[in-house]
Design a protein around this ligand. Structure first.
Ligand code: ASP
Length: 326
């Protein structure tokens, strides 16, 4: 046993505290792993790295990002579900926590009961983009093009349960088409293939698409928001293209394994709340038109209430679409 651990346990015992509580008081004493259940460089990774970096200031320990992509985020989530509840492993995941139960027949975790809920981080809008070589130059042209070529067109996503999957599903349902979907471990590798023209269309979060839209490396047709985004003033909103249901905000939250001691989750939550307040985070998110969560949302209640509401709301939509994975 390391001397420092031995000392902390001894002090805890001397002060009459349970060992876990004594450990919680000086937590953290080593780096914390934040699992991002998608590929590095993708939209959730962008949010995770920025918030993780700023939380380090309060926690005074490094936060190491572990990208564990695959199966729409369920692989990485499972890792955290099974991790030791000692405060040193946390999860940054998005709206996919609410869609997974309806999509996966076999899921090793229950998002509603099997975690500790630290708080919400940010709401990320989505954009509908296509490879530069696609002839359609606006949404109406895209619609006509899709209707004629739907057998050949491919729609990239980050797997069943990812935000890009949900967004694509809502789009296809709204316009009455059925495109072949191509799953990736995250939308970063999907974007690489879109840029190379290997896949045709993608619905993805602004935290990934914005630089490629600005550099005209991809074509953009709409945002998934009722109003235009400040960061993309030239791009029509979902309402303007006549698809008010194409309204998706990808909320992100932080979780810890079930039974992580409350003193530790409180420290992690405190660090989250401090990080959200910083000018740095506010400015970085604003550049993408990402909405930073309020102090009331960055709480256990804030995260649990949206998780519960969206599990019910989106579950209905998913069961109607009849898309499942084993
Ligand atoms: N958030 C995923 C990623 O970071 C993409 C998605 O959910 O569609 O790759």
């Amino acid at each position: 046993m390391k001397l420092i651990n031995f000392l902390s346990i001894s002090c805890g015992l001397l002060m009459g505290l349970p060992i876990s509580q004594a450990g919680a008081q000086e937590f953290p004493t080593k780096p914390i792993t934040m699992v991002v259940p998608f590929a590095a460089g993708g939209p959730t990774d962008v949010v995770g790295r920025k918030i993780g970096h700023l939380m380090e200031r309060t926690l005074k320990q490094p936060i190491v990002i572990q990208n564990a992509g695959g199966a729409g985020g369920t692989i990485g989530t499972n890792l955290v579900n099974k991790a030791k509840a000692d405060g040193y492993t946390i999860l940054l995941h998005h709206i996919g926590m609410a869609t997974a139960p309806a999509l996966y027949r076999k899921l090793d975790f229950n998002p509603l009961t099997d975690f500790e809920y630290i708080g919400l981080v940010a709401d990320v809008p989505m954009t509908l983009v296509a490879k530069q070589g696609l002839p359609a130059n606006n949404f109406n042209e895209l619609l006509s093009y899709i209707k004629v070529h739907q057998d050949k067109l491919t729609l990239a996503n980050a797997g069943l349960g990812s935000a890009s999957h949900l967004c694509g599903m809502v789009l296809m349902e709204s316009i009455g088409v059925d495109l072949t979907t191509v799953p990736y471990k995250g939308t970063q590798p999907a974007m690489t293939d879109l840029l190379a023209g290997q896949v045709d269309i993608m619905c993805d979060q602004v935290s990934n698409t914005l630089p490629f839209i600005k550099d005209k490396k991809v074509k953009v047709y709409a945002t998934s928001t009722p109003k235009r985004l400040k960061s993309l003033p030239e791009v029509p909103s979902a309402t303007e293209i006549g698809l008010p249901k194409f309204n998706i905000l990808v909320w992100h939250g932080i979780y810890a394994p079930k039974n992580t001691p409350p003193a530790m989750t409180a420290k992690i939550r405190g660090a989250l709340q401090e990080a959200l307040k910083t000018d740095e985070f506010q400015k970085d998110m604003d550049a993408f038109s990402i909405t930073v969560s309020t102090p009331a949302e960055a709480t256990e209640k804030g995260l649990k209430s949206i998780l519960e509401a969206d599990t019910a709301r989106l579950g209905v939509l998913i069961r109607k679409a009849g898309q499942f994975a084993d």
